[in-house]
Design a protein around this ligand. Structure first.
Ligand code: FAD
Length: 395
């Protein structure tokens, strides 16, 4: 693996001033950037993480909590930052002055940078009015209530809705599969409604066929090529076709980026970047993760974008490294009531036939979010353990 220059260079760079990198965000892309930078550039960089929360929340296991199959993990951000030689500053990014290489926070504090990384994630918005929008940890309790109602027989038909424009639908498939398993003794009817051509189509043919098989085995009916619209009067209205009768509907949110003054963003708040994560039109500014306009919003891809950014910044700072561009590989661990299923696909185009599905891990550590640096880092520093038989990380 490429690394920082020799120790004597590092010391002199530290004394003469290393490159000051500000990473705005405290999630997957931000931490992956920070850990990768330390590994790749050593003391050539001085890294500060600006984030509004004191915690890093590992969200994918929110789908497992209602079924007591895993817990959302929360880690102290200051400790995680310190563990990779970075600092955590509490605050939110408000504006960027790329000419001055200066940002301002919500407290109007000016901070100078040599390189700025936007890793602000994206905010969930209701996409199917009337449905329970499952955003993550904040909706676990509401989902548990719904599950209890279904178990008691008060709710017997459930619709699961993937809204148009949502490309990372795996959490909803997991909820549908685990709910079907939980309700197998009841006469509940579960229907998954999605605009996709095939279930989890983003993973390609082989993986999608496996997901279709899992749904069929659990008796979940699927309405493909169908856009959910709204849930009202015991029906999910859809386009095209007849409404789906249901007592309750559960939907994924649509994501939108937060607007930051001085940053070019599209109408949904997303930021365009080149293949090394450089923000188009802003010198010295990079972006990674859900905030970017890349079509699939997923933790593993956020980490891969962060790796491309870290390599580009490390090279700029003087590390002997030839930066690799972002070449997306999608990895998804599907939680079911039994063992997990691992899905993998290269999604960059022109690399057909890469779709895979397996009962054994297709990557390692075999966590929900496959991140080259952050995965092993969390396992080592925060006790987030992985094993083939227990892929749901537990602290
Ligand atoms: C229920 C659920 C299940 C999921 N399952 C999977 C899965 O199985 N596998 C997978 O790979 N991905 C999964 N994901 C997606 C994954 O969690 C996200 O794609 C990933 O977290 C995106 O990383 P990010 O760093 O871009 O954003 P985030 O991780 O959301 O981090 C954004 C950070 O920016 C901070 N921030 C926001 N505004 C500002 C500001 N103005 N200034 C400074 N900081 C700011 C936030 O506080 C946060 O710390 C799931 C998501 C959910 C909700």
């Amino acid at each position: 693996m490429p690394g920082p220059r020799g120790a004597s260079t590092l010391v002199s760079m530290t004394q003469t001033g290393s490159s000051r990198v500000v990473v705005a965000g405290g999630g997957v892309a931000a931490l992956e950037t920070a850990v990768a930078l330390r590994r790749l550039a050593g003391e050539l960089v001085d890294v500060e993480i600006l984030a509004p929360s004191r915690e890093f929340v590992y969200r994918p296991l929110a789908v497992a909590e209602p079924f007591a199959r895993g817990e959302v993990q929360r880690f102290d951000l200051e400790r995680l930052a310190a563990g990779c030689g970075a600092r955590h500053r509490l605050g939110s990014l408000r504006s960027v002055d790329a000419e001055k290489r200066e940002i301002r926070t919500n407290r109007d504090v000016p901070i100078r940078y040599d390189a700025l990384v936007l890793a602000l994630g994206a905010a969930p918005r209701v996409a199917v009015p009337g449905a329970l929008t499952f955003r993550g940890p904040e909706d676990v309790h509401a989902y548990e209530t719904l599950l209890a109602e279904a178990e008691s027989g008060r709710v017997s038909a459930l619709a699961f809705a993937v809204p148009g424009g949502v490309t990372w639908a795996l959490p909803l498939y997991e909820l549908a599969l685990m709910t079907a398993a939980r309700l197998q003794e009841t006469s509940s009817a579960l229907t998954l409604v999605t605009p996709e051509e095939t279930p989890l189509a983003v993973f390609g043919n082989e993986a999608s066929a496996k997901v279709a098989e899992l749904l069929a085995r659990k008796g979940v009916a699927v309405r493909l090529r169908t856009y959910p619209d709204a849930f009202e009067q015991n029906a999910l209205t859809v386009v095209p076709g007849a409404p789906v009768p249901a007592d309750r509907a559960v939907a994924l949110p649509r994501l939108a980026g937060e607007f930051v003054s001085g940053v070019p963003q599209d109408g949904d708040g997303f930021v365009r970047v080149d293949e090394h994560g450089r923000v188009i039109g802003l010198d010295g500014v990079y972006a990674a993760g859900d905030i970017t306009s890349f079509g699939v919003k997923q933790g593993g891809l956020a980490a891969q974008q962060a790796d491309a950014v870290a390599e580009a910044i490390a090279a700029e700072a003087g590390a002997e490294i030839d930066p690799t561009p972002f070449r997306p590989v999608l990895r998804g661990l599907v939680l079911t009531d039994g063992g997990p299923t691992y899905l993998r696909a290269e999604i960059g185009g022109g690399r057909g036939g890469t779709s895979e599905a397996a009962e054994e891990p297709l990557w390692w550590p075999a966590g929900k979010i496959a991140a080259r640096y952050l995965g092993p880092y969390l396992a080592e520093h925060a006790g987030l353990g992985y094993s083939a038989s227990n892929p749901a990380p537990r602290a």
